[in-house]
Design a protein around this ligand. Sequence first.
Ligand code: GLN
Ligand code: ZN
Length: 766
Amino acid sequence: MAQIHNLGFPRIGAKRELKFALEAYWAGNSDLPTLLATGENLRRAHWQRQAQLNWVPVGDFAWYDQVLSLSATLGVIPARAGFTPGQPVDLDTIFRVARGRAQKDCCAANAASEMTKWFDTNYHYLVPEFEANQQFRLSYRQIIDETREARAQGRNAKPVIIGPLTYLWLGKCTEPATDKLSLLENLLPVYRQLLQELHDAGAQWVQIDEPILSLDLPIEWAQAFEPCYHKLQIRGLNQLVANYFGSLGNNLSVALQLPVAGLHIDAVRGAEDINRLLDRLSPHKVLSVGIINGRNIWRTDLNAALERLVPIAERLGDRLWLAPSCSLLHVPVDLAAETALPEDVKPWLAFAQQKLEELALLARALREPANPEVQAALAENRAQRALRQQSPRINQRAVHTRVARLGDHNALRPTAFKERIKIQQQTFTLPPLPTTTIGSFPQTAEIRRARRLYKAQELSERDYTALMQQEIKHAIRVQEEIGLDVLVHGEAERNDMVEYFGEQLEGFVFTQCGWVQSYGSRCVKPPIIVGDVARAQPITVEWARYAQSLTNKPVKGMLTGPVTILCWSFVRDDQPRSTTAQQIALAIRDEVQDLEAAGIGIIQIDEPALREGLPLRKKDWPHYLAWATHAFRVCCAEVADHTQIHTHMCYAEFNDIMEAITALDADVITIETSRSKMELLDAFNHFAYPNHIGPGVYDIHSPNVPNQGWIEGLITRAAEKIPAQNLWINPDCGLKTRGWPETKAALTVMVQAAKSLRKKLEGAAA
Ligand code: GLN
Ligand code: ZN
């Protein structure tokens, strides 16, 4: 009967053991044997947790990132990290690629490799760097050793590697003209050698991940699959090619034709693949059905899953495997660790451990449907679902009515930008090239301490408020001294731009240990949107009012937008994302109205996640962009003409969503551009962005103080593409990770640059 397996387990540890071990090692506070022992213990514990599976994954453990581990395995390590081709890669070299340095003070730093998002998740991988004539050599043996390690512990080990085509797709060529696909020829012999060694280490099955099958692939990439896998056949080694994060779609035939022993599909996001596959799957192939959602934290509807699985099991018999849809890397480890979740909500959730239990139960239900334990578990699952459906948390009449009224409402501001901006200019009388910042100011140790004590109820509300007001006062004074035109309050009261709003909105719950790896040792603890979202009372208004009371210059109100709150949370699975976005938008709209009523004339609604929320397939973009931009507009459609709406996004690639950004109809957008030296402004060659825009003029990720001439150069370049009267001057992003001295110095230079350019503008006009 159906076998069960897992595509990958969260590696960081239920208590983030790997994070702390890595950081201690990097800081020079522990040694290599200690770090190695932590890793070994984690792997052992994780395999133990998966003991009920027929196959446990090996190779899902990585010291920093699974893509980087594979790069090391294949010898794709930049020379600047101290790597000599032909030599084995060691752990310190891996850390130098990832972080620029292995251990504190140990050696000269080098430039770290670039990091980017793993498909549409919030996980980031290290981008492989290919040279023009990249040679590949088996240079790192972690996955082979770990296959032996798992087998020595009595586990049925199934090594997991990223397939050669996905691997090449994810990398970048150091010489831009090189065609990555042309490297395949050189790459395959090393993959063969790796597969052979995995087989020699005792593996019977290997899982080869090719999630690019979920993307719109250029034809030459799709065509490369079959010949590639022909060359990878190893006698006695069964290969399971895994696709996840979406449906195979038009790559379905490519997948079916692969000369491999089995396929894994994402049956959650790619539900439509199943029937098409069943009709065409060759009679000896295994089909692994990813039936449990590996991207979210909700309990599975087991009865519905079984209903889908029974006919498949009848057709496939023991060729049916069951798995989560993708690696469980993207969910927290164990719900059992949560002691503070609301009693009614906890039974709605399943983290990695619980998902594996669900999998085991499904397999058992297929095997022995009449078993009383199985029946009891299914009944309990049904009962919990019913409770969830009836819960007051998701039946907030008032919220539903408001969303329904929103309907197709186009959510446009009544007056067009061209008219609004004239009124706003009369209201604020700002100079040309107005200067501002993105919102946050340095989060000092004292600020974080005050927040911590307040949260632990060791600091009274009054004392906490007084401390935060002191910070706001300081931030306002500094900005006035520097001579900025539009000020901010500095966001001292906010730990995180999403968590802060989630904590004060209805419909959210928070975990204590629900950590998910973001990159390397960094983890995030996303809020969970469990119910209808509404705002019980104003969130930011008092802080904003206080800040505005200290100065005659305008202070921006500062909010996080609905799409970003959605993208950085675990989202309800019982209604479309667009509906949840509308609920959040209405809550933010209430806040916008209250800010306006409190005399805040400029309100910024940050949407840094707008672009990363883009679906993997282009055909799905228009729908997403339509509801995402609508949600943003809902937030600000009701404000008066003289209220100026700003938004902020921190990424440079926006050429392909220019129209959506225009559709937001924000009066002013600030964006990251300095790191790309304003390359992004190329988008303006073909597209005249109609509203005002502040292309970031210095990189806030570095403590270096920018040079005035350099900033002037950037703005001058920007002014070649965008009319100078539409330009604002601001840094790339918020300043919370910086210290005060460099922040003051950098902003002073920025304001000087603006003043000097204004003079030149006047001169040109005279
Ligand atoms: N207003 C936020 C800040 O300045 C924006 C952060 C972001 O874009 N990620 O910190
Ligand atoms: Zn930003």
